[in-house]
Design a protein around this ligand. Structure first.
Ligand SMILES: [Zn+2]
Length: 245
């Protein structure tokens, strides 16, 4: 029997089905402890369920029981919320034509494979990204997605580029900074493709790209396929501006 610790206030934020799922497994399985960042194993170690609730966002994350008690944090603070919504970013070349692509994934582990219950996926869809509906779509250029834009500037070291992505541009809503000035490493071919087309194919989904040891295309494809099968992969062709300093 797993030792999953769920306080009363945390339990009040979760559905009975979700609590049962956490107690029975298999999720979360191996997770990144939200306190010490080291891996934890819900099947083998006492694990606390930690919930951060913000307007429109409920993030369920996990901690070693010795690092944190099961706790609920409620705040109406946009900066903390932005921290919770940060994403992993992986640049890749894509398709037979060698288009520049980016994969982004929530930094915090997905709560469930049901994309409807994931606030980030839901919002990416609301903001115009398209749900990937077939595996073949991963080999084609995604549909254009107005309102999203990437800015790239040279980074501090050779081969490094700084990336910002915003959504909701030109809409009545406040723009959202999806990627906030993150340093990425890209190859010359990727840079040339972006400069030539002014476009990037964006894939946003519940993938575990940060666990991929290298940029092996097969492993990346597997991750995309897994997210697609879970109904948790979105895509869009977005505008990109390369800014030379
Ligand atoms: Zn820990």
């Amino acid at each position: 029997m797993r030792d999953i610790r769920i306080s009363t206030e945390v339990a009040a934020r979760l559905s009975a089905a979700h609590i049962r799922q956490l107690r029975d497994g298999p999720d979360p399985g191996v997770y990144q402890c939200c306190e010490c960042s080291a891996p934890g194993d819900a099947d083998a170690e006492p694990t606390s369920v930690v919930v951060y609730a913000y307007p429109g966002v409920v993030n369920v994350v996990f901690a070693h029981a010795w690092c944190s008690d099961s706790a609920l944090t409620w705040k109406d603070d946009p900066s903390v919320r932005a921290g919770l919504e940060r994403v992993h970013v992986l640049p890749l070349m894509f398709g037979s034509t060698g288009s520049a692509a980016l994969m982004i994934a929530p930094y915090f582990p997905a709560r469930t494979s049901d994309f409807q219950s994931n606030s980030q996926i839901r919002r990416w869809l609301e903001d115009g990204l398209h749900l990937v509906l077939s595996l073949d779509a991963l080999l084609e250029e995604p549909p254009p997605t107005p309102g999203w834009k990437a800015w790239l500037v040279p980074g501090d070291s050779p081969g490094q580029t700084r990336l910002t992505i915003r959504s909701r541009l030109g809409s009545p809503h406040e723009p959202i900074t999806v990627v906030d000035d993150i340093g990425i490493r890209v190859q010359g071919a990727w840079t040339r493709a972006v400069k030539a087309t002014g476009k990037i194919a964006l894939f946003a989904g519940l993938t575990e790209i940060h666990k991929l040891p290298d940029r092996d295309p097969m492993a990346i494809m597997d991750e995309l396929a897994k997210a697609f099968q879970a109904g948790a992969l979105t895509c869009g062709l977005i505008e990109a501006d390369w800014i030379e300093l």
